[in-house]
Design a protein around this ligand. Structure first.
Ligand code: PLP
Length: 389
């Protein structure tokens, strides 16, 4: 059976070149980079190279790159530790559409007595920047706003947002997990103080991430121990994965143009074809600036989970909303915040492409998807009624 993977916002395939660079660091070069003997020195230099490659992709200084275990850890680190560093400031601002790795951290602090403002979005998934400006108070410790949404791909105007936050002298964290490698980023002249990224969203393995900490920003470490990463994240370095992430960042820079041209045109073809072949399709976030690879599509009178299973039987891997919320009966919190009615939100499928997808695969999806949606709509009593009214 043909297999088509279009769930790249959940995770990506490890690039062959990434894996190739990693492999010797399991069996041949397995030293601890803190050791001063040859084994240690062999790998310490490689970590420096990886750090340079990450810094180069982000337009950052190598001293600003801290390796973590994942995007979730980087996000936890940013929120936890900036609050700890500013004990008198007990207000956090975020948005209703963040990933649970921010929302649930903020809600944890709300339970500890912190005030948390969750900014809403409009029907296009956009923030009201005046609302943001007016929400910042003297005791606001941190504003955490994502760069691009994992479900809809909607990109926030992050530099405009950062300017507002920094004008008020508040720390600004950005969850950029979905944007790295899909859109250009340059932290050099940016307002972002702290930024999270995750390797497995850009063709590196799962279990490696980065927290960018701008020079001069003082936050305490989340994980305390043996002083690795300049005491900002202790724990013996995950050498092969750090090396893999470095290579993935180098490749991301090389393929950025392809993401914005080839991947985008495949995504656009998928959307146009879907609208042509299926009635009343709604592309969520379509009127906003979006990631070039993401398409969040609502179909009427179906359950997204049922469509997902039938697509899976046809060899097409997608997700309904985000992988993290799949399996929960709740409609997506992102679509809810955008005012998508629950009936429509439940009939939503997220397609997320990568540089590995081909034109043939998009044709295959466009062949299989319409009869699957029709079959499910025909089973729906509400659809039946709507056809007769
Ligand atoms: N932030 C966003 C926007 C994400 O999409 C994800 C993963 O889906 C994360 C954070 C969590 O990253 P990780 O899986 O590396 O913990």
């Amino acid at each position: 059976m043909k297999l088509v993977y279009v769930d790249n916002n959940a995770t990506t395939r490890v690039d062959d070149e990434v894996l190739e660079e990693m492999l010797p660091y399991f069996k041949e070069y397995y030293g601890n980079p803190s050791s001063i003997h040859t084994f240690g020195r062999q790998v310490a230099g490689k970590i420096d190279t990886a750090r340079e490659r990450v810094a180069n992709l982000l337009g950052a200084d190598t001293t600003e790159i801290v390796f973590t275990s994942c995007g979730t850890e980087s996000n936890n680190n940013a929120i936890h530790c900036s609050l700890e560093a500013n004990p008198k400031k007990r207000h956090v601002i975020t948005t209703k559409v963040e990933h649970p790795a921010i929302l649930n951290v903020c809600r944890y602090f709300a339970k500890q007595g912190y005030e948390v403002t969750e900014l809403g979005v409009d029907k296009d998934g956009m923030l009201d920047l005046d609302e943001l400006r007016n929400s910042i108070k003297d005791n606001t410790a941190i504003v955490s706003i994502m760069y691009a949404n994992n479900e809809t791909g909607v990109i926030f105007p992050i530099e405009e947002i950062g300017k507002i936050v920094k004008e008020k002298g508040v720390l600004f964290h950005c969850d950029a997990v979905q944007v790295i490698g899909k859109a250009p980023i340059n932290l050099k002249n940016s307002y972002i103080d702290l930024l999270s990224l995750s390797g497995h969203k850009l063709h590196a393995p799962k279990g490696i991430g980065v927290l960018f900490i701008r020079k001069g920003v003082r936050i305490d470490p989340l994980i305390i121990g043996g002083h690795q990463e300049d005491s900002r994240r202790s724990g013996t370095e995950n050498v092969p994965y750090i090396i893999g992430l470095g290579k993935a960042c180098e490749l991301a820079k090389k393929f950025l143009k392809e993401e914005q041209t080839k991947v985008k045109s495949l995504r656009d073809k998928l959307e146009e074809g879907t609208k042509d072949k299926i009635l009343n399709v709604k592309i969520n976030g379509e009127n906003s600036d979006r990631l070039p690879n993401t398409s969040n599509v609502s179909f009427e009178y179906i359950e997204g989970e049922a469509a997902l299973l039938l697509l899976d039987m046809a060899g097409i891997a997608t997700s309904s909303g985000s992988a993290c919320t799949t399996g929960s009966a709740e409609p997506s919190h992102v679509l809810q915040a955008m005012g998508v009615p629950p009936a429509k939100s439940r009939g939503t499928i997220r397609f997320s492409l990568s540089r590995y997808n081909t034109n043939d695969e998009i044709n295959y999806i466009l062949e299989k998807l319409p009869p699957i949606i029709k079959r499910l709509q025909d089973l729906s009593p509400v659809f039946e009624d709507s056809q007769h009214s």
